[in-house]
Design a protein around this ligand. Structure first.
Ligand code: 4NP
Length: 168
């Protein structure tokens, strides 16, 4: 696994790709939340943030309406257009962050080299252990609580990721 220590003070932007299955619920929400945290600290020159899906069902679409509505209530405007993960993402990003074990397995399949695989770090690594979640659950077939849970977990994990890399 990549040493997160190595990403501190690298003297160029840290590049982070959030990954889920559809790229219309969890990963675009993580993308929007992380960008909002970075912007609120005036740190946008130090971060490059994007998201992608392992699946190809929704390419070009905006995030799921339910996710957009729940996110908007918390002040996040989600405008990402869905795209699929590609091999070159492993060259273009420092950290590739899957939401669950299935996304993680798929990323390991796509990764072109062992060094590339080392960039894969599950989102749950950054989420406070007291949440008792070892993954960010797919909300697609869930109700409102599923979307709110995703946003709670992602706000926690993204803030902790930000603080870790920025030495806060
Ligand atoms: P996501 O949720 O992986 O969080 O974007 C899903 C969105 C769409 C589908 C599955 C999960 N789908 O099967 O279309």
């Amino acid at each position: 696994m990549i040493k997160l220590e190595d990403l501190k003070n690298i003297g160029r932007p840290v590049k982070v790709l959030f990954v889920c299955l559809g790229n219309i619920c969890r990963s675009p929400a993580a993308d929007g939340i992380m960008q909002s945290i970075v912007n609120s600290h005036g740190a946008s020159a130090r971060w490059v943030i994007d998201s992608a899906g392992t699946g190809n069902y929704h390419i070009g679409e905006l995030p799921d309406n339910r996710m957009r509505i729940h996110a908007r209530r918390r002040g996040y405007e989600l405008t990402h257009r869905c795209r699929q993960v590609r091999e070159s993402d492993f060259d273009d990003f420092d950290l590739i962050i899957p939401m669950d074990a299935s996304n993680e397995r798929n990323l390991h399949r796509i990764a072109p080299t062992i060094e590339a695989e080392e960039k894969i770090i599950p989102m749950a690594r950054f989420i406070d252990a007291t949440s008792r979640y070892d993954h960010v659950p797919d909300p697609y077939y869930e109700g409102s609580e599923g979307f709110e849970l995703v946003l709670d977990l992602l706000e926690n994990g993204c803030n902790r990721l930000y603080n870790l890399i920025e030495n806060l």
